[in-house]
Design a protein around this ligand. Structure first.
Ligand code: PEP
Length: 256
């Protein structure tokens, strides 16, 4: 089955109002020059404070979809500083990034909490981008595949096959995030193939064939073509190189 590639930009904690406008304007101009029938699904994940503005600017641009960088799985209540799915749905948010290593490492998010988020996101009809990835120590110790199997198995607990088919996984080796040192494309392809085997074991070959699995970790315009040529890699989750319109549009072109 042909899986439509995704190029997703994770803006992290960057861009005030003016910067967010400049970036999305540049991306919109860039994608306006591209043939929609050949394009990957393009996703931008601004900060919460820029969501309204970006939503408003892209609302007539079907070539760009909106993602949130996080969500709280509870419907509402006394969760100071948190944002609910209902609030995200107001802004036509289609995707939500969960399980990013920065949230796991800096904010102590567990596999169980990430699973709660995945369940809630799918119940609301949005799509989780479930991040997983190993540390350098785990890779050097040869436990990468076992670690990813555990993260994926826990993240998908209780989720139906149909919902898994709609979901997105992002394989992001932690040692490659923001370091400029991308994982070798052939090795990223092998690892993503292993993640797909985990999904096949938990569900079926059909589900594994449908789920889109991205690579993330220092993806750049100079690496994207080789990465996209790998059969298991369905696109990229991109941090640094998504912060300039030119390089983000080059990444989109690299996935066409
Ligand atoms: C990320 O944070 O998801 C990421 C992959 O960042 P970068 O592209 O900067 O490595």
């Amino acid at each position: 089955m042909a899986r439509r590639p995704i190029i997703a930009g994770n803006w992290k904690m960057h861009n005030n109002k003016a910067q967010a406008k400049e970036l999305i304007d540049g991306i919109m101009y860039g994608v306006s020059q591209l043939d929609a029938s050949k394009m990957p699904e393009v996703v931008v994940a601004p900060t919460y404070t820029a969501l309204w503005q970006v939503y408003d600017l892209i609302k007539n641009e079907p070539k760009i979809a909106l993602s949130a960088q996080n969500v709280n799985p509870n419907p509402s209540g006394a969760y100071t500083g948190e944002v609910s799915l209902d609030m995200l749905a107001d802004f036509n948010v289609k995707f939500v990034i969960i399980g990013h290593s920065e949230r796991r490492q800096m904010f102590g998010e567990t596999d169980e909490f990430i699973n709660q988020k995945a369940v809630a996101i799918l119940e609301k009809g949005l799509i989780p981008i479930i991040c997983c990835g190993e540390t350098l120590e785990q890779r050097e110790a040869g436990v990468t595949d076992a670690h990813l199997e555990e993260q994926i198995t826990k993240a998908l607990k209780g989720i139906s096959a149909d919902d898994v088919k709609k979901s997105v996984i992002a394989y992001e080796p932690i040692w490659a995030i923001g370091t400029g040192k991308s994982c070798d494309a052939v090795e990223a392809n092998r690892t993503i193939g292993e993640i797909r085997k985990v999904v096949a074991k938990l569900y079926s070959a059909d589900v594994a064939d449908a789920i889109r699995i991205l690579y993330g970790g220092s993806v750049k315009p100079s690496t994207i073509v080789e990465q996209m040529a790998q059969p298991e890699i369905d696109g990229g989750l991109i941090g640094g190189a998504s912060l300039q319109a030119d390089s983000f549009v080059d990444l989109i072109k690299g996935a066409m």
